[in-house]
Design a protein around this ligand. Structure first.
Ligand SMILES: NC(=O)c1ccc[n+]([C@@H]2O[C@H](COP(=O)([O-])OP(=O)(O)OC[C@H]3O[C@@H](n4cnc5c(N)ncnc54)[C@H](OP(=O)(O)O)[C@@H]3O)[C@@H](O)[C@H]2O)c1
Length: 304
């Protein structure tokens, strides 16, 4: 099988590329910097240049594949200046529009069977403690608005292409994302619950993100929204406690919401707000989680 991964040089993409290769399938990738892409993905990967995904169609040769996993996007974990907001939105919405136009431009017989278009639990916006499955409506706020527009572009894929939106939660990986930002505070023993700690964190181990993406590639019943989150979402307070335990550092100091807001501006809402997202669709599809419980998942990620 030939699988195109956009964003293959990122945290999720690199792990997915390894898994695709390990099962004997061909990794095809697009990158704004194909030389760097080839270097990090290795000689076995077929890397194509897509210099400006917001402005131009992807190279047609990269689209002649069996499946596409579309992951690329500007890093969300940065101060949301006006410019950053534009890059976060355009890199997702306009690149998906270009990708879908590129697919539609191919003869029907050459189109991929499936497009897995990455999405995020940010779709649901800030919620209380009620479990949120795929039938819940979109929430409000910047991330929810971006995610709704991002999914809408993928919905425009031509008939015959199965489309899945993987609404992914907070990925546990030591090399990037929220956990990497929190770790220095916990290693010092001063990390603690943030902004009251009552907000839910829809966490997921990187191995299960990759497992879920590949499950959705292969399962013809997978289509539409699929929450990619562990079956046991926890509150931020519980996450702090377990993280402190795994690192043998008690999480002692609660971090007030205003301090996080001072540090990160509006982006702080990514940790001060949350939603108790549950993976109903993945369970119904028969996906079996490798890391369903938080403590062993964190110990695995942190090498404990
Ligand atoms: N990590 C998480 O916790 C998490 C949670 C939910 C959803 N997601 C979503 O999953 C996707 C992948 O996440 P990730 O953590 O693997 O991302 P990442 O490590 O930041 O990598 C994303 C890749 O996208 C490309 N890219 C970055 N900025 C871009 C821009 N402005 N325009 C076009 N391409 C750009 C880069 O590839 P090149 O430089 O090779 O072009 C980069 O390697 C993202 O859409 C993210 O929002 C992630």
């Amino acid at each position: 099988m030939r699988i195109l991964i956009t964003g293959a040089t990122g945290t999720i993409g690199l792990g997915l590329a390894d898994a695709v290769r390990a099962r004997g399938d061909q990794v095809v990738a697009v990158s704004r910097d194909p030389e760097r892409g080839q270097r990090v993905l290795g000689d076995g990967a077929e890397v194509h240049a897509w210099p400006a995904p917001t402005e131009e169609l992807p190279p047609p040769d990269a689209l002649r594949v069996d499946a596409i996993v579309h992951l690329l996007g500007e890093d969300v974990a940065q101060r949301w200046t006006d410019d950053a907001r534009r890059r976060i939105r355009d890199s997702r919405v306009l690149s998906t529009r270009s990708l879908v136009s590129g697919i539609a431009g191919l003869p029907e017989s050459e189109r991929p069977a499936v497009l897995i278009s990455q999405s995020a639990t940010g779709y649901y916006g800030p919620r209380g403690s009620e479990p949120i499955d795929e039938s819940a409506p979109a929430g409000g706020g910047f991330l929810a608005d971006v995610t709704v527009a991002w999914e809408r572009e993928a919905q425009a894929a031509p008939p015959g292409v199965r489309v899945v939106y993987t609404r992914t939660g907070v990925v546990l990986s030591p090399s990037g994302g929220a956990l990497a930002k929190m770790l220095p505070f916990f290693r010092l023993g001063v990390g603690g619950p943030v902004a009251g700690g009552g907000q839910y964190v829809p966490w997921i181990h990187l191995d299960d993100v990759i497992g879920a993406l590949l499950h959705c590639v292969g399962d013809a019943d997978a289509d539409g929204p699929v929450n990619v989150t562990a079956p046991t979402p926890v509150t931020n307070g519980e996450l702090s406690r377990v993280l402190g335990h795994v690192l043998s550092r008690p999480a002692v100091l609660p971090v007030p919401g205003f301090a996080i807001k001072l540090l990160y501006g509006d982006m702080a809402e990514m940790v001060t707000e949350g939603a108790r997202v549950v993976p109903d669709r993945l369970r119904a599809l028969g996906y079996s989680f490798r890391h369903p419980e938080l403590e062993p998942a964190l110990a695995d990620v942190l090498g404990g």
